[in-house]
Each structure stands twice: as structure tokens, then as C-alpha cells.
Design a protein around this ligand. Sequence first.
Ligand code: CA
Length: 230
Amino acid sequence: MASRKKILIIEDEPHIVLGLTDALEFEGFAVVSAGKGKDGVLLAKAEKPDAILLDLMLPDANGFQVCEELRRWDRFVPIVMLTARSQEIDKIRGLDAGADDYVTKPFSVNELIARIRAIFRRAARPAEAAPEVLTIGPVTVNVAAHTIARGKTTTALSFYEVELLRLLHERVGQPVSRDEILQKIWGVEGGPSNRTVDNFIVKLRKKIEKSPDKPEHILTVYGYGYKLAP
Ligand code: CA
């Protein structure tokens, strides 16, 4: 049996920590938690969690600073930010700070657990099923290293960026629906207001396309989803 995956919760609201801890432990995860950003970073280094849930508003720091610090230490660990509903712009900033995803409070614990399960399901796929290097137009993506290289420039990719490219690459030339992407990568059912996939596509186009406004590789299939053109 695989060892239990460990989740670190960095959150100062006790009822959220308690609710998440109970639910995650019930699902078979090991859970550690910290109520302050500084303690969270120390705990991350000591406990080496498999995924991190990070509150945006902490008493001693904001979640972006904590996220950047966590990323300096570990480029790969999936980080999901917990944000308040009104913080649309902050969400995007959170992703730029190195977070992989976000949920808005009040969130459904079941949905969050579905996302965490999806993270580990994707990460645990057999190595032979996934090529190590994806070539997309002018760039090469190193799946294991989470990097994208264009000429001599190499930049980092987040967990979901890599997984999204892998899924599109598995089906190169064929349209993949937004709902399928959400279901396979985020572990959630799609909804009309869910812009998660689109936000990630915008970020990926900036890293891949010559002109992100006129994409040649990550193509929009209107009313449906996206398609990768090699
Ligand atoms: Ca808080």
C-alpha cells in the first residue's frame, strides 16, 4: 500500500483547520497545520508535505509572501490557496506567486478533497504513460523538472500548468473539452462560471506563444475547450 500523503494546512481560522483536518484524515491523508505563515514555512521544511493548503490572510504575513517563500524552497509541491470571495485580483496574483490553484471561501470541503485527490491521481500516473519532454512549437517542456525552455530561456511551470499541457499533448490535434479538463486535472465538475481553465490557458500562452493574442499552438475551440497544435 502506498504511504499516506501528507497535507500541510497553513490557516489561522481554527474552525476551518479543524473541519479540513477531520475531513482529510477521514479520507486517509496525514495532516499537519500551522496558524502563522512563518510557522507554516518551518513546518513545510520539517514535514515535507505532498501538498499545501495556504490561507491568503494570515496574522503575520500575507499568503503571497508565504507562497513565494515556499516556492523558493520547493518548486514542485502543489499549493492551493484559500481566498475570500471578493479577492478576484488577488487570485491571479496568487497564481503568479507560485500557487497552483485556489478555492474561494466558503468552499465545499468535498470539492477541495476532490481537487487534492486529482492532484495525486495525476502525479501518480505510470512513467511510461507520459513522455518526459513535450515539444510544442518553439518550446520544449520538461515534465519531470517542471520547466519550459524556449531557446536559451528556461522558466518554471506550476503543477497544473504541466498537467494541463500533458493532457492536451496526449490528445494533440484533438479538441479537449473544458469540462473534461476540469474533471481530469482539478477533479471537479465544470460550471458556467468556472474560469479556472481559461486563466491557466492565458498563463500558458504567455509562456509558449510568439504572440499570446494570436495563439498558434494552444487553440481555442469555441464553446467547447482547447486543442493543442504541435
Ligand atoms: Ca485567515
